[in-house]
Design a protein around this ligand. Structure first.
Ligand code: AMP
Ligand code: MN
Ligand code: MN
Length: 314
């Protein structure tokens, strides 16, 4: 019930998450926003996040997300959810630097505790699970439960990834009691893709390569291809997970171009291969089974550098 203690004596709060927000990030910030709106109506709360995918548009107060960061305000408390470093706060960094107090709720093993108050549980499935453990279960409702459930679904790959624990399932069960239309949430946030999103997934899989006797797979999408398929980086989310599902593969690598000679790298692995370690070599981080980093250089050199790091750990 920590959240209730933190907000008991304040007037203004803001909530934010990491750049390029995923389902756990969007779900957790909206769950906290809706929790505060429902239980602390006198509290002024703002919500900042880079523009999320429209597939989360059904979550309550999605339209309150401010992606312009235009407001200048020194907040009593800034909540940072699902964000492993202050650099990954992006444009919300200015609110972090000026806030009177900062609170971080996260589940990234690479998070070193950059906020004033830190609740970091690397063993938990999602920021939504961490947040749930800090809320008063008597103060939830269907909308809050739906946000939390959507985030857990997203970070567990619909309860498939190894971060899914018995406790995760119990929380999901408690949330279901509020009457969540779970099949719709799962389809809408996880499985349903735009036509072009599906096509570029197919393209990336078709053009993937195996290395190290089929234990490593990689693929990439150039800026040119993203334009051709009319997608943005938001539509590339599921590609690396699909690559990982190739039989025999224990580590999947996916790169997409973010600028001239600049690539975003996503890494996924099977037990016991640690991709957080690999991402850390390139200044990134994340989790043992899912991590990411940004690299610079010619595409072939970037692929070579990353796969060499993986190969040396096989
Ligand atoms: P992604 O491959 O972008 O889905 O990210 C997988 C996990 O790694 C997520 O939990 C991210 O928060 C984390 N992550 C991705 N990119 C970075 C980065 N450049 N630095 C630190 N953590 C990252
Ligand atoms: Mn995230
Ligand atoms: Mn997360």
């Amino acid at each position: 019930m920590k959240i209730d203690e933190i907000v008991s004596n304040i007037k203004t709060a803001a909530i934010t998450g990491h750049i390029k927000p995923d389902g756990d990030c969007v779900g957790s910030v909206l769950a906290l926003y809706n929790y505060l709106e429902r239980n602390y109506p006198e509290l002024s709360v703002d919500l900042y996040l880079e523009e999320p995918s429209g597939k989360y548009g059904f979550l309550k107060n999605f339209d309150r997300i401010d992606s312009s960061y235009g407001k200048e305000c020194v907040y009593d408390v800034l909540f940072c959810l699902d964000c492993s470093t202050k650099e990954r706060l992006g444009a919300a960094r200015k609110y972090f630097d000026t806030a009177k107090h900062t609170v971080c709720l996260d589940h990234h093993v690479s998070n070193e505790g950059y906020a004033g108050e830190n609740y970091i549980y690397g063993e938990l499935s999602s920021a939504c699970e961490v947040l749930y453990n800090h809320l008063d279960p008597k103060k939830l409702d269907l909308d809050i439960a739906t946000c939390l459930y959507a985030g857990i679904v997203s970070d567990t790959g619909v309860f498939r990834y190894s971060c899914t624990s018995p406790a995760t399932m119990r929380i999901a069960a408690d949330l279901m009691e509020y009457g969540i239309r779970t099949n719709e949430v799962v389809d809408e946030t996880f499985f349903t893709k735009d036509w072009n999103e599906n096509r570029i997934l197919g393209y990336a899989v078709l053009n993937s390569h195996l290395l190290f006797d089929g234990r490593v797979i990689y693929s990439y999408i150039t800026d040119e291809k993203m334009k051709e398929f009319q997608v943005t980086s938001r539509e590339l989310d599921g590609i690396v997970s699909q690559l990982r599902l190739t039989r025999g593969v224990i580590c999947a690598v996916f790169l997409y171009e973010t600028g001239p000679w600049e690539y975003k790298v996503s890494l996924r692995s099977d037990d016991p291969f640690d991709v957080n370690e690999v991402a850390a070599v390139f200044g990134g981080g994340g989790h043992v089974r899912a991590a990411g980093c940004n690299v610079r250089g010619e595409l072939a050199d970037c692929i070579e550098a990353i796969t060499a790091q993986i190969g040396s750990r096989l």
